[in-house]
Design a protein around this ligand. Structure first.
Ligand code: HEC
Length: 88
């Protein structure tokens, strides 16, 4: 019995690390639409050309806003932007 309960907790912790696209959407909507709209993500001359670069750019914009996000939250926004616009 103990073994099964332990496995359940392990699974819950595991899923907490998967990117939460809905949370990324919310965070993005709340904090990231003040300076640019989504057109910067889809324009032909967009700067971001890789998933790595997307992470760098999200952190750069986040830091310039002095937002204190957990890594998980940064990952959620990266995953959201990638799924909605970049498709790397
Ligand atoms: C203080 C203004 C400001 C805010 C708020 C802001 N950004 Fe930016 N962001 C910029 C500027 C300036 C650029 C560069 C635009 C350009 O190259 O024309 C940019 C570019 C980007 C790009 C790259 C677009 C491309 O060319 O591929 C991404 C991705 C991005 N921002 C994500 C975010 C995220 C995520 C947030 C919320 C944490 C955010 N931005 C909030 C100013 C801002």
């Amino acid at each position: 019995m103990k073994l099964i309960a332990g496995a359940g907790i392990f699974l819950m912790l595991g899923s907490a690390h998967a990117a939460d696209l809905e949370n990324g959407d919310d965070l993005h909507f709340e904090h990231c639409t003040g300076c640019h709209d989504s057109a910067v993500y889809t324009r032909a001359s967009r700067n971001v050309q890789s998933l790595d670069r997307l992470g760098t750019q999200v952190r750069f914009c986040k830091n310039s806003l002095s937002l204190t996000w957990f890594d998980d939250e940064v990952d959620d926004v990266i995953a959201y932007l990638n799924q909605a616009y970049y498709h790397f």
